[in-house]
Design a protein around this ligand. Sequence first.
Ligand SMILES: [Fe+2]
Length: 591
Amino acid sequence: MKFRLLLALLLLFPGAAFAHEGGFASIHDTLSAIIERLKTTEDAETLSRLRVRDVVDILTEEERASLGRNYWHFEVDVPVVVTVLVTDKQRDEPFWLEEQGYEKKAYAFKAVETDFVAWEKSFGAGPIGLGFSALDNFEPHYLVALRPQEAGEKIKVSEMSPKQHTIGKLTAGAFAFADSFDHKVEEVPAELEGALLLRPLRRGMRQTQIVNVFRTTPYPSSATPEHVVLTWNGDPKTTQTVQWRTNTAVTEGRVWFRAVGEEEHQSIDAVRTELNDPYLVNDSINHRFTATMTGLEPGKAYEYRVGHGDTMTEWTAFETAPPGPAPFRFVYMGDAQNGLDDWGVLMHECFKNFPDAKFYVMAGDLVNRGIQRDDWDAYFHNASDIFDRRTLVPAIGNHEDQGEDGPWMYLGLFDLPKDGSPAIEPERSYALEYGNVLFLVLDTNAPIEAQTAWIEERLASTTATWKFVVYHHPAYSSSTERDNPEVRRHWLPIFDKYKVDLALQGHDHAYLRTYPMFGGQRVATPAEGTIYLVSVSGTKFYEQGDFDYTEFGMTKVNTYQVLDIQVEGDKLTYKAHDVNGEVRDQFVIEK
Ligand SMILES: [Fe+2]
């Protein structure tokens, strides 16, 4: 909760964590001021049609200076030549380059399959400040080459801010961005060969976006509690967390609950947080309420209602986890992300056909625009009357983790166990035991290797019959264009060692079931290895490749998976269903 409070404060005062530099307001303060000014002077329609040049026209001198110098800072210990490499596709070149005396050079530089234009300027030893990459959602981000003015001198770069930006050597084949293994430098002119390459975050672009950011949500909040979602932040046997939203007129929230069939109820106060999406012109701030019902009895049906004063939701039932091994079923889904209305249809089909599924595991990319609340509004709207009665067990996908501040909106929306890997932020990874199954929910957006110690510790200490891991970027991809070698290198030896049964993954927008795998090789039976699954529940699809690890694959079909855990004979039955209820894949594992 402390972490969320900090996030809420940072959202309210985005400049608070950043020092003012060079005598100008920080870029965060500057952007906030511009946004607030635009919101008071323009209507929603004008804001949604804003162009880069409209914004540039209304900037004050101080704002121009801040946007042009305060985005990226570092210090050098010798005089240098700074080359800012901007793709030639960018219609609105960053105005600060020409304004600050950068000169265009005729270098042939290629990266990320596009040609770049070089802008060059000499600086003495000391601090250097660079400006924004784009005020719209243009990609890719510019790259920076540094070389000494005096040939042969070594440059020491220090005080890099943002800290996530990295330094490498500029040569063909080098990674172009600090946060991507997929994007490379392709062609380097002789003048820049071997220079220092300063790598930005590919996703850092959105940090300075002012154009195409103003939105309206089709589902604005009201004083009625909505978007009610069950999660677990503790033991599913004895606790149940519930969260909901209202508008800012509602300042307190409460949960009333009782065992089904009983008259007497208990009630507890909910904790209120503020979720602010400043770009949402018709409903920027929501109040979000979180409460955890505790002291519940295992394997028992309860009902609850949430609200304030006389405004309450209907009594809605849920069930705690069984006290020990017991048969149950749950649902696993891959990326919803796009086509949330169609995803809603699939969800409701699933709930109608399998009302007894106890909870819904989602392997990341629940939405497409993870730091834009209108996308989450559509997500919750489409899951209404499901997530208020069946617990959501989410993992973080790359679409939740956008922008330099990471998955702050996801973390603000869901209260989850805080027992995850101590190497990464709380709630980004966590463990849950339900019946005789251990779920380890991991974060493939966070450092992979850092999580291995915790994964091993949890797998080594569990007595659960079944061990499932849930994460977004697949160890074995269904696409020829994608690969996540870090996941394989650091996690698979542990999955092998502790006999993880299933890996529930997403990201590749197709369906894949691998053969049971061990040590990177096919093995004959599930008892000898781990089955890796990829699926998609939304409407964006990618082609799939043909790999020797593929036992079954398909694309252009969105599915939900129902997993039946049977205690007698320790059997698992898995079925992938399409929206028409047709079974598209199935298998059985017997221990
Ligand atoms: Fe993804």
